[in-house]
Design a protein around this ligand. Structure first.
Ligand code: 5GP
Length: 355
């Protein structure tokens, strides 16, 4: 047994220190970011760019969860340049229709990922959709609860070989070593976060996890060294947490609970509340697999959250908070927020001495 004595931090353990700035209003702040990806390689130029695929937008993502990663949420986020990872529950036909429809003016191609797991069935499903959607499908999110297994790494490697041009999002992991491993296997963007989710019970059920701000700081450092990118996935409960995630070095921030409870999520509204649940909760398992599979404990819970109307209001709140955070820190662009950020620690982890 080994103990790592370093203090690891969560969003709640820090605040961003305000700094002198020449910005006069938060409107001047540019939240747009441009990335080019390290492993995906195009065969023909896309939008006149080189053969390295590029991304440009506000790098906030809707999580691939029920009530969040829906077609309607994707369409509502596209005008803001925000990204959606679709839930895994959509059928091949629905996915093909979504990506190939006349309504796809390019936004669905640039800001939406199809999500899969790592079974043979998942691989075939992706292949069927890709065969029909072709270059209209650019992103895949391959995620499992535990991104540390050899089987997962092997799957990512084989997927990269089979689809050289697809931008691969892979996760979830929470440490530098495995972030690097997945990039070296061919992933472009690593989804980082084990245990921080609002409806996740991994930490209490298994004792496993990593404080999310330290996950971001350590994984982004590792990824950027190799030309890769990371998503901070889970644990944001307010706009300030998103600012802290970007301040810590996240390239993208993924949200579940903060984007749940809206019209576009499609949930049933009862007494002004909407049900929201983890994707490995009993509720999700019963909905999609006809019951909880007996070999795994439910590491997700089900909660009722207030119904919040149209998502646009929440989006504006989030973007307003983020612009304001940049103004306080003196960052003219979201890109600069990380280098402008000084975190101050606000919680004390005492060393208790028992005598
Ligand atoms: P939130 O933004 O709600 O705090 O976190 C969203 C993230 O929680 C998701 O993107 C996903 O990584 C994670 N998550 C979703 N469902 C479950 C679940 O049932 N169990 C666990 N352990 N994590 C989940």
């Amino acid at each position: 047994m080994i103990i790592e004595p370093d203090i690891k931090l969560d969003f709640k353990d820090v605040l961003i220190r305000p700094k002198r700035s020449t910005l006069t209003t938060r409107k001047e702040v540019d939240l747009n970011r441009k990335f080019s990806f390290v492993n995906a390689k195009l065969e023909i130029p896309y939008k006149g760019h080189e053969l390295i695929p590029e991304y440009s937008g506000i790098p906030i993502m809707a999580s691939n969860m029920d009530g969040v990663g829906t077609f309607d949420i994707a369409d509502a986020l596209i005008p803001h340049g925000m990204f959606t990872c679709l839930t895994k529950i959509y059928s091949e036909k629905d996915l093909v229709d979504f990506f190939t429809s006349e309504s796809n003016k390019g936004g669905r191609t640039d800001y939406v990922a199809m999500s899969i797991g790592i079974t043979e069935e998942d691989k075939n499903k992706f292949n069927t959709v890709y065969e029909q959607a072709k270059e209209k499908l650019r992103y895949v999110c391959i995620d499992v609860a535990n991104g540390y297994t050899e089987r997962f790494c092997t799957f990512i490697g084989k997927f990269r070989d089979a689809y050289p041009n697809i931008i691969i999002i892979a996760g979830n992991v929470c440490t530098a070593d495995q972030t690097q491993e997945l990039i070296l296997k061919g992933a472009d963007i690593i989804k980082c976060g084990i245990g921080p989710g609002s409806v996740c019970t991994t930490r209490v059920k298994t004792g496993v996890g990593y404080p999310q701000l330290s996950t971001i700081i350590e994984c982004s450092d590792a990824a950027h060294g190799l030309g890769g990118h990371i998503i901070s996935d889970g644990g944001c409960t307010v706009a300030g947490d998103i600012a802290k995630a970007f301040g810590g070095g996240a390239d993208f921030v993924m949200l579940g609970g903060m984007l749940a409870g809206h019209d576009e999520g499609g949930g049933e509204i009862v007494d002004n509340k909407v049900q929201f649940y983890g994707m490995s909760s009993r509720t999700a398992n019963e909905k999609h697999f006809g019951g909880l599979r007996d070999y795994r404990a439910a590491e997700g819970k089900t909660v009722e959250i207030p119904y919040r109307g149209k998502i646009i209001n929440t989006v504006q709140d989030i973007l307003g908070g983020l612009r304001s955070a940049c103004t306080y820190s003196g960052a003219r662009r979201l890109k600069d927020l990380c280098k402008c950020t000084t975190f101050i620690r606000t919680t004390v982890q005492e060393n208790k001495v028992y005598s």
